[in-house]
Design a protein around this ligand. Structure first.
Ligand code: SF4
Ligand code: SF4
Length: 593
């Protein structure tokens, strides 16, 4: 099982009955797998704040509740997270953060151990799937015993690595479901919150004593010449790089066991703290007055691996065996037949506009040859950044500011930005790229899809009606595969002196019903190709370009100055027709036409 599958099984065995999350790599498969277990209510939330609040509500009702998200999602959920630290829980509540060192699919590389410190919450951190399964079950018990939400941190490697594990015992919540009023505990007006503030400190002191126990933080004896303090996946790298060394493995990364750390430091000749990303442990260990090596040797950016750890600490003895394999680079690209391409192609042809982008597959519109995205900060920020620019630029920005957002991201946090733009009289154009799914994370449904987490029919948001309801007067829906129609809609919207919305609607080509449907691909009549490259500029991976010399051009019957010709790979082509609309030389036709 992968770490994510193990965590889903653990949540089930822990007696979780309500779970909510927002898809985000590397956490997505947890909710997908948990939704398959009987007796667990699961849902995709429109964003992480909503997901956490749903879990908090379930906990207040006495159920064991689970909220999952990726690291940047915790930023969205931070508001309720910091306050639920004060209210505590009834049924056990665990919040999972899946951090992404190396930014495999993220816009930043934050280290969410800092959230445990800042929000005054205990954090547990497994190193591999089997440990993740046991530790998650312990997390729910810790939550109920100490009346606290527990942060559970994994990283990309832990989420996706496979391990062998088996079914375990089923556990039960000590709470009983039902309505129980406890206003002094869960109504956080200042008088109550001040009282709870003291309780939070007392709780953290008690949890520090728990951290001193061997349950979560274990010493693995070995050669005491070098001692390592580590946790999470970095523990595995240390064990592989220095199998003979003594190790203090921290399964609880906050609060830290000061007595245990000091005793461990005194037992070794030289102390090394090995951790990915921030010097979180190192700073707190040094603040205890303990000398150690850490980020003076180990990189503070990107993922670690066995080779990096061994080379950083003992460069002369690092065996060749640890050298990482050199793999060819594979640049990301939107799929062949992706509906977003039609919108970005049109935007790339519009001069003097600024495209404020968002997070999703369509962020790839930034890459050449389209190069049609000028900023991308975080989910939902496309709309608000375009609005802010419009206010700063005044008349200079009129007809030049476009924001681009996906359907899922619009529902996540784009709606608020649109409301703000209408309310504050924005003169920008919002393009909602509605492909009916949360595509980049792997086809999860969202409130605009018409299906729930299990794929069953659900109420779907009417995006046109919603935009009109918040006050947008001009809302036009287009088929992005129709390049000319899409261009006209964008031009019309940009010419207006008011907030306008263009909804670009066509399904993602990876949806099973599209992927498995019979394809009617296009093919190139290379003898007609004039080498204009209009189709190549779409950036479709099904279209390749072959360079030729002037002699080869003449031999093929082309003009001498023709530099090459385009060829469509019919196996890859999804038959969207965008390239055919651009070819003025009848060199691209449906196969057989
Ligand atoms: S029709 Fe053209 S643009 Fe569309 S998938 Fe096929 S090759 Fe790509
Ligand atoms: S196939 Fe058509 S659009 Fe593509 S390069 Fe040749 S002539 Fe130009």
């Amino acid at each position: 099982m992968s770490g994510n599958e193990a965590i889903a099984m653990a949540a089930y065995e822990a007696g979780v009955t309500v779970a909510s999350g927002y898809p985000g790599t590397p956490s997505t498969e947890i909710m997908e797998n948990l939704s398959k277990y009987e007796g667990v209510y699961t849902e995709w939330a429109p964003n992480e704040k909503v997901g956490l609040e749903v879990a908090i509500g379930a906990s207040f009702a006495g159920a064991r509740a689970f909220a999952t998200m990726k690291h940047v999602g915790v930023n969205v959920a931070a508001d309720p997270l910091f306050t639920v630290s004060y209210t505590g829980v009834r049924g056990g509540l665990v919040v999972l953060t899946a951090d992404d060192p190396e930014m495999h699919s993220s816009q930043n590389e934050q280290d969410n151990r800092n959230y445990a410190y800042a929000a005054k919450l205990p954090m547990l951190e497994p190193s591999e799937p089997a440990e993740a399964k046991e530790l998650l079950k312990d997390a729910f018990e810790l939550s109920e015993k100490f009346d606290t939400p527990v942060l559970f941190r994994i990283t990309t490697r832990v989420a996706h690595v496979k391990g062998v594990l088996s079914k375990g015992d089923m556990r039960k919540s000590s709470a009983v479901c039902g309505i129980e009023k406890a206003p002094a505990k869960i109504v956080m007006l200042p008088g109550n919150a001040r009282n709870r503030r003291k309780i939070v400190e007392e709780r953290m002191a008690q949890l520090t004593e728990v951290a001193e126990s061997d349950t979560f933080n274990k010493v693995e004896p070995g050669d005491t010449k070098r001692g390592f303090i580590t946790g999470g996946v970095a523990y595995l790298y240390v064990k592989e790089a220095f199998p003979e060394a003594t190790v203090l493995k921290l399964g609880m990364s906050w609060p830290l066991p000061e007595k245990k750390i000091k005793a461990f430091a005194a037992s070794v000749d030289e102390l090394f703290v090995v951790e990915e990303l921030d010097p979180f442990l190192e700073h707190h260990i040094k603040a205890m007055g303990v000398e150690c090596h850490g980020k003076d040797l180990i990189p503070n950016q990107g993922e670690l691996n066995t080779s990096i750890v061994r080379t950083a600490i003992d460069p002369d003895s690092a065996p060749v065996l640890f050298a990482p394999a050199e793999l060819p680079m594979r640049p990301p690209n939107m799929c062949a037949g992706c509906p977003h391409r039609g919108v970005f192609y049109n935007l790339s042809k519009m001069k003097d506009i600024f495209v404020s982008g968002d997070i999703g597959c369509y962020t790839l519109g930034f890459l050449p040859p389209l190069s049609a995205m000028d900023s991308c900060v975080c989910m939902g920020a496309s709309v608000t950044i375009a609005h802010g620019m419009a206010k700063a630029l005044g008349d200079e920005g009129k007809g030049r500011l476009v924001s681009v957002i996906g359907d899922s991201t619009f529902v996540h946090t784009g709606i608020n930005g649109l409301i703000n733009s209408v309310y504050n009289d924005s003169r920008t154009v919002l393009v909602i790229l509605d492909n009916r799914i949360t595509a980049m994370t792997g086809q999860q449904n969202n409130p605009a899809s018409g299906c729930n987490i299990k794929g069953e029919a659900a109420n779907a948001i009417d995006l046109e009606a919603l935009c009109r309801a918040v006050g947008v007067k001009h809302v036009e829906t287009v088929n992005p595969h129709d390049i000319a129609e899409c261009k006209k809609a964008l031009q019309t919207a940009l010419a207006l002196d008011e907030m306008a919305v263009v909804i670009s609607r066509a399904p993602c080509v990876l949806l099973p019903e599209i992927k498995n449907a019979p394809h009617n691909p296009y093919s190139t009549k290379t003898e007609n190709c004039a080498g204009c490259m209009a189709c190549v500029k779409l950036g479709c991976p099904a279209i390749s370009w072959t360079n030729i010399t002037s002699q080869e051009a003449v031999a093929k019957g082309y003009k001498e100055k023709q530099k090459g010709f385009a060829v469509i790979n019919e196996v890859q082509c999804n038959g969207c027709g965008q390239c055919a609309a651009l070819c003025k030389f009848e060199a691209i036709n449906r196969k057989g036409e």
